[in-house]
Each structure stands twice: as C-alpha cells, then as structure tokens.
Ligand binder design. Structure first.
Ligand SMILES: [Zn+2]
Length: 387
C-alpha cells in the first residue's frame, strides 16, 4: 500500500499513514466530540469535548500502531524483513517480506496483534475504573471507557477465523501445524474468510433492512472487503503452490522478436511485425540495450506518409524500469504486476540487455502445465530479427 504521509521510523521500520486515515480521523473526532463524549458525560463546554476528542483519536491511532508493531517485531524475531507499517481506512498493515520458517512462528506473528489490542483494552478499562474511583471528571472516564471498548472490539474482531484477518492466519498456522501442508491450510483459511465476509454482509443487510440501522452498511463494506481479500489470498495461495520453483526465465520467450531504434516503421512492419504473431515488440539500440517498446496500435497512429521516414526510436513508448523483470525472479512474484499491467507483457532483461519477453499468457500456461503435473521449459520459437 502506498504511504502518502510518512510519520517516521520505529525500531528501523518506516511508519506511514494512507490518506484515508485523515478522513477517518476527521469523522472520528467529530463523532467523539458531538455524540460519544456528550452522550457519556453531559455538561462540559464544547471546547472540552473537542480537545478530548482529538486526544482520544490520537491515542486510538497509537493503539492501532501498537497492534501492527507487535506483528512486525515478532516477524522480525523470525528473520522476516518488515518493509513498512501503514495505517489506513480499515486499520493497519505490516508489510512483511517472506514467511515464517514454521507454523509456530506464523501463529505467534498473527496472534500477537490482537493480544496487544486486548491488553490495551484491559489497560484502558483499568484506567477508567481508577479514574472513576479517584473522582476524576466523567469526561475522562467516558473517554477511557470508549478506548477500552474499541480496542476490545478490534482485538476480538481480528481474531475471527478467516483470512485476511489475524484469526484467519492463526487458523492457517494451526492447520499447517497439524497437517504439515501449508498451502492447503492457507486455502482453507481463505475459504473461511470468504464465508466470514458473506456472513458479515448478511448481518449488515439484516441490520439495515430489519432494524433500520444505517450503521449496518459498515458491516456490509467490511464484509465485502474481507470477501475480496480472502478470494485474492486463496488464489495467490493456489498460484504459489502451482508455480513453486518456476522462475521468470523458465517461462519467457527467448530470444525475443524485437525492433531496432534505427529501423523505419515500414521496414519494421515488413521485416518483422507481419512475420511474427505478436502485437508488442521491445526496441533495442545498436548496442543491444533495451530502449522502449512499440505496439502495432502505436505504429498505426503514425500517418501513412511518414512511415517510410520515421524510425522506431522516434515513436517508441518508454518502458517503466519497474516493469522490467529479472530472469531469476520467481514467477509467482512477477505474476501479479504482469497480470495487472497495461500490456500484460513485460521485457525480461539483465543489466539493460534483453533476455526475452513474458506475457500473461505465459503465466497462464505455466499454471495450466502445473495442474498437468509438468513445468514449463524455455520456448525458443522466437528469433531476433536482423537489424
Ligand atoms: Zn493484526
């Protein structure tokens, strides 16, 4: 997830917030200052409600952060690199690079977040009780009680047993521990997540239609989000199993059919484009370096009279350096960007030199071959066109 606002680092982990958090914070402060706090303790001036609301919202955010940090620190204990922690609309995400070496590690990484939220709830509840006993203002007691209830809710909700919730990861780790089959465990937890999302949508709709509570729409939104995330995870778990050990270089077409910067469009069309069954071609300079790409659509936009004169180097589209793949990249890591990209096509290169090209079709073929119990071999049917 893209961090739009960087807050800094904690224990070397970059911490940031997504823009959606700003919206949530505004709604939260407003809800606290105008509804929750006056409802729990009447008779304070508006400025009192608003300033306590701001503090409570900040503490709430800090508690979310503590939840994610707990995941991150335990993950790091098991040698997993933590790329970043980002807070967003529905909570937080700790982005981990890699997986725990064993089920126990996975289980602890998952369970520690909700435990921190529940512990936070306990601390806030004790604080509220103490404040009440010492005769502190009811505004403080209401604020601490609200923090206790919300943290308890976050802890319990996250323990529901379905991916992508922490409880889903706990379930997957427990199943993995018992069966020894990690992929199957993840698929089961994914299916549980889809089911759980459906149940939340159902409850939300019941709330909206039978109790006429519009708050049910939140449950519907949450359920819908859970369902799609669980589906994506189940698909990814399946992909990971099918493509284990397959690298981008095993699947790419090499050598690639390509054009050269100095070729005129007409020459390229006659010599190359009409002889090979492709619609997109990488473009190389005379030193063999990858400089861009041309598609037949793009070439077709050049006026007919200019095609004898204009060269591929003039009309090529730039290549986003991030979309260039390394032949050693595991296919399962390369697949998502490839499948989501504009062209569903990517060049494979080492140090700027083209090794081959790969398409979404190549990924699909690798998955289909895997279901047939086979792995793809290099397809050498392409030929580099003569410059
Ligand atoms: Zn969590």
């Amino acid at each position: 997830m893209r961090q739009t606002v960087r807050l800094g680092r904690f224990a070397g982990i970059p911490i940031g917030v997504h823009w959606s958090v700003l919206v949530i914070m505004l709604l939260l402060v407003q809800g606290l200052a105008m509804v929750v706090l006056p409802g729990g303790s009447a008779g304070y001036p508006a400025a009192g409600y608003w300033s306590v609301a701001v503090i409570v919202a900040v503490v709430f955010l800090a508690a979310l952060l503590a939840h994610e940090l707990a995941h991150a620190l335990v993950a790091r204990h098991y040698g997993i690199r933590v790329r970043a922690i980002t807070l967003w609309l529905l909570g937080g995400v700790a982005e981990l690079d890699g997986e725990a070496p064993h089920a126990r590690g996975d289980l602890l990484i998952a369970v520690v977040g909700p435990l921190v939220s529940l512990a936070g709830a306990g601390v806030f509840a004790a604080g509220a009780a103490a404040a009440h006993a010492w005769g502190a203002g009811s505004l403080i007691v209401t604020a601490l009680s609200w923090l206790a209830v919300v943290n308890a809710t976050i802890g319990v909700f996250n323990l529901l047993p379905g991916t992508p919730l922490d409880g889903g990861r706990v379930l997957a780790a427990a199943l993995w521990w018992r069966s020894g089959d990690r992929a199957a465990a993840r698929r089961t937890a994914g299916r549980a997540g889809v089911l759980l999302g459906g149940l939340l949508i159902g409850f939300g709709l019941l709330e909206v239609f039978f109790i006429a509570n519009v708050g049910g729409l939140w449950l519907v939104l949450l359920g819908w989000f859970l369902r799609s995330a669980a589906r994506a995870e189940a698909t990814e778990a399946g992909l990971r199993t099918a493509l284990a050990g397959v690298r981008t270089g095993d699947v790419m077409t090499t050598p690639a059919v390509c054009g050269y910067t100095h070729q005129t469009i007409n020459n390229f069309v006659i010599d190359v484009a009409c002889r090979y069954p492709y619609r997109i071609f990488p473009v190389l300079d005379l030193d063999g370096r990858l400089t861009g790409l041309v598609s037949l659509t793009r070439l077709g936009r050049v006026p007919v009279g200019d095609r004898d004169r204009r060269r591929l180097g003039d009309v090529q589209a730039p290549i986003d350096p991030g979309s260039v793949l390394d032949p050693g990249t595991p296919l399962v890591d390369a697949a998502p960007a490839l499948l989501a990209g504009d062209h569903r096509w990517a060049p494979v290169a080492v140090d700027g030199r083209l090794s081959g090209v790969i398409t979404a079709g190549d990924v699909a073929r690798a998955v289909e071959l895997a279901t047939l119990g086979s792995t793809p071999r290099r397809s050498d049917h392409g030929v580099i066109a003569s410059p």
